[in-house]
Design a protein. Structure first.
Length: 254
């Protein structure tokens, strides 16, 4: 049991931390809620994983990445807002999922189950989280500039379309990892709440970004520990801990 708890905590801390770090970018671009529809888009992959007995994050990857590529392509072709395109794509994914999602396994699909994470799944999650973190750290200032003004970014010689695709792919990957922890229903909160809490108590960009990462990691670990001593799934508890920390930061807002 202790070994299983260690695996769950390790995976949760790394996924939650990177999700918060990425959320600090998404919040500034008013994109935080996009992770919610993308989480729903993972449901067909989760359903297949549950039916055939393989890792839900692996099942989620192709569907959410396909969805991201479609959103990126449609944005270029139609110039419609990314939020609208995300809604179009994710609703199709949800419809497909509920054609064959086993009802008895719906809870795992919707709210996650990190308490049963394996050594291989933990190792995979940690490696991917490290890669995401270093890509984000390297490109963070460029993505912030694009968030401020795409025209200004272009004038500085940045390849905006390429960076937007990288940005969307990073979101897709963290969403796919997050479904193991909080399911396909709660992924928006995994990126939005730590970033919102960090913004309340930060007055510098570096404080904001790393504060969101720390809050995400702490919330995930506490949620998993609370789940260990209760019969409540870790996913909802992680989000509630995030919310509690956010409420505390409201009173210390700078």
């Amino acid at each position: 049991m202790c070994n299983q708890l260690f695996l769950s905590l390790t995976a949760g801390i790394f996924i939650g931390g990177v999700a918060g770090y990425l959320g600090s970018l998404m919040l500034s671009k008013r994109m935080a809620l996009v992770a919610g529809p993308l989480g729903h888009l993972t449901l067909p992959g989760i359903a297949l994983a549950l039916i055939y007995g393989f890792n839900v994050s692996i099942g989620a990857f192709p569907f959410v990445i396909l969805g991201i590529i479609l959103i990126w392509f449609f944005e270029i072709k139609t110039k419609l807002p990314m939020e609208a395109l995300t809604a179009i794509v994710f609703s199709s994914g949800v419809a497909i999922a509920f054609l064959f999602l086993p009802i008895e396994q719906a809870e795992t699909a919707l709210v996650g189950d990190i308490s049963r994470v394996t050594l291989w799944e933990t190792t995979f999650s940690v490696i991917i989280a490290f890669i995401l973190f270093f890509i984000l750290k390297k490109r963070y200032s460029e993505m912030v500039l694009i968030n401020i003004s795409e025209d200004l970014a272009k004038s500085e010689g940045l390849h905006v379309k390429k960076l937007n695709l990288i940005y969307l792919l990073l979101i897709a990957i963290i969403v796919a990892l997050g479904v193991k922890m909080v399911g396909g229903l709660l992924t928006a909160a995994l990126v939005a709440i730590p970033a919102s809490a960090a913004r309340n108590i930060s007055n510098k960009l570096a404080q904001y970004a790393f504060g969101a990462m720390i809050i995400g990691a702490i919330s995930s670990s506490l949620g998993i520990l609370f789940a260990e001593v209760s019969d409540i799934p870790a996913g909802p508890l992680i989000i509630l801990v995030n919310m509690f920390i956010f409420l505390i930061t409201v009173f210390f807002k700078r």
